[in-house]
Write a protein that binds this ligand. Structure first.
Ligand SMILES: Cc1ncc(COP(=O)(O)O)c(C=O)c1O
Length: 493
């Protein structure tokens, strides 16, 4: 044997793999983990809604990279001691902070199956690619959106919005923005949304090279809905100054208050000027399945694109968002790329559906679709609609509790699943109430009672509840109000 080959034999005589040496031990631990996590989810109501992370854990989480193998039992022990007890708490029945869904036990199991199969859902002839296509078709059904449209599952609302806006930018200008950049367009590219629009839209506009100064933020009415007259004037003014308006963005549920913009009016303004109409329905779009909201959200069916999250008001484990684009060709034109190492073949592994990289920014993608596919089968869409309807009814119930309690004040009427209010004292200034209410929020969280978040409305600090929680019950809101008043009374005294 040649020396060179001998060297290879020697080098490869002890090949490593990352599979377990003791499969049985791994299997036993896996079963225990599943049992522990099921227990956890089943009993989460009896846990505090949040716990402070001890310094010891923070120190532990600064240790250096492990150089050599550690026992899996020990690693799991560390997880149980330092990580598991300190979650953000969005699986808890009294978590209503920001807009975060709750997850489900079956969703957790689906994540395990997806991780075991571990496909890269970017391209190729394998089942995950078809599961995603089916899930996208189901999303179209949910929104009553044309089946001829296209879509893609993404990490969340932010990615869904930027994906849609990139398609809008490329399609509307009729220029080869992909090659020539935005300078190919005469004047500034301008787009329009309300001041209540989520900050991810501004970020998207910055990343796309349009610049946030060209995102015209239109004022809102007393119900936090966009002023369409001001919108019309802004478009006219941009046209008169030689700018290039290309897109109107409507909100189906604003992040602050859950307001739904007058979407039909926005649609007609967009159509009149030949602009792209995009809807950010990160959570609110899902209320379309609730009969009382179907009409207000019916413009989604006509929109050029809609972004919504399945990890918010469909209660799927993080992360999974969705964007649907009415014109599938425009969608593909914005992202398609066919390098020779990603060539599609007629048969074999490299056959299969159109690669997903032709519809979004990412190439490598996990199997997000499986948890959606399995969860929708587990419950059926009607049960999701019922849970969403229940969350809205709970928010209105909370609104009533607040109205009945004279030490609390609703800061805006409840319109969907978001409730903004504050503890009040007639003799306190707004400034004093702002710091008092901030203390109340932190105290509620630190006591593990409930996790609302906060916002500022008209200069007033608001305790904010966004209910996308299928575990919340009526009594959770009773307790929340009782405790808010108790803590407020104690702090102001
Ligand atoms: C209305 C709205 N749009 C966009 C987003 C961003 O979504 P994500 O956090 O999934 O990126 C959110 C997040 O809460 C939202 O409420």
């Amino acid at each position: 044997m040649k020396k060179e080959m001998k060297d290879y034999h020697k080098l490869l005589s002890d090949e490593v793999s990352l599979d377990p040496i003791d499969w049985e031990a791994m299997r036993r631990l896996g079963h225990r983990m599943v049992d522990d996590m099921m227990d956890r989810l089943q009993k989460v109501r009896h846990e505090p809604s949040w716990r402070k992370i001890p310094d010891e854990t923070k120190e532990f989480l600064k240790t250096n990279i492990p150089q050599s193998p550690q026992e899996i039992e020990k690693i799991y022990g560390e997880f149980r001691r330092h990580i598991l007890p300190y979650p953000s708490g969005n699986i808890h029945p009294r978590f209503w902070a920001w807009v975060q869904g709750t997850g489900t036990p079956f969703g957790m199991l689906a994540e395990m199956l997806a991780a075991a199969m571990n496909p890269n859902t970017a391209l190729g002839e394998h089942a995950a690619m078809y599961v995603e296509q089916q899930v996208l078709n189901w999303c179209k059904e949910m929104m009553n959106y044309p089946q001829s449209s296209s879509g893609i599952l993404v990490s969340g609302g932010s990615m869904a919005n930027i994906t849609a806006l990139m398609v809008a930018r490329n399609h509307q200008t009729g220029k080869n923005i992909r090659k020539d950049g935005v300078r190919a367009v005469k004047g500034n590219l301008t787009l329009y949304c309300s001041t209540e629009t989520h900050s991810c839209v501004e970020k998207a506009v910055e990343v796309m090279g349009i610049g946030s100064n060209s995102l015209r933020k239109i004022s809102v009415d007393e119900n936090y809905r966009i002023n369409t007259d001001e919108l019309k004037r802004a478009i006219e003014s941009d046209l008169a100054s030689g700018n290039s308006p290309f897109c109107v963005i409507g909100n189906a549920g604003t992040v602050n208050t859950g307001a739904i913009d007058p979407l039909e009016e926005l649609l007609s303004v967009a159509r009149k000027h030949g602009l792209w109409f995009h809807i950010d329905g990160a959570f609110g779009a899902l209320a379309k399945m609730v009969p009382e909201y179907a009409n207000r959200l019916s413009a989604i069916e006509e929109a050029d694109s809609v972004a919504f999250d399945l990890h918010k008001w469909m209660y799927m484990p993080f992360e999974v968002g969705c964007v649907l684009i009415r014109d599938a060709t425009a969608h593909r034109d914005a992202f398609s790329s066919e390098p020779n190492y990603l060539m599609n073949h007629e048969r074999g592994l490299a056959a299969g559906p159109d690669p997903m990289g032709n519809y979004g920014l990412e190439l490598s993608r996990g199997f997000k679709a499986l948890k959606v596919w399995m969860s929708l089968k587990e419950h059926g869409i009607q049960k999701y609609a019922a849970a969403i309807r229940q969350n809205i009814a709970q928010a209105f119930y909370l609104g009533k509790l607040i109205e009945r309690e004279e030490r609390l004040e609703l800061l805006t009427p409840v319109s969907m699943n978001v409730v903004c209010f504050r503890y009040r004292r007639k003799d306190f200034s707004d400034e004093r109430l702002n710091s008092l209410n901030k203390e109340i929020v932190m105290s509620l969280q630190e006591a593990g009672i409930a996790s609302p978040s906060s916002t500022i409305l008209g200069g007033k600090y608001a305790i904010r509840v966004a209910n996308t929680n299928h575990r919340s019950r009526k009594e959770d809101f009773d307790e929340f109000v009782r405790e808010t008043v108790r803590i407020g009374d104690r702090l102001q005294a």
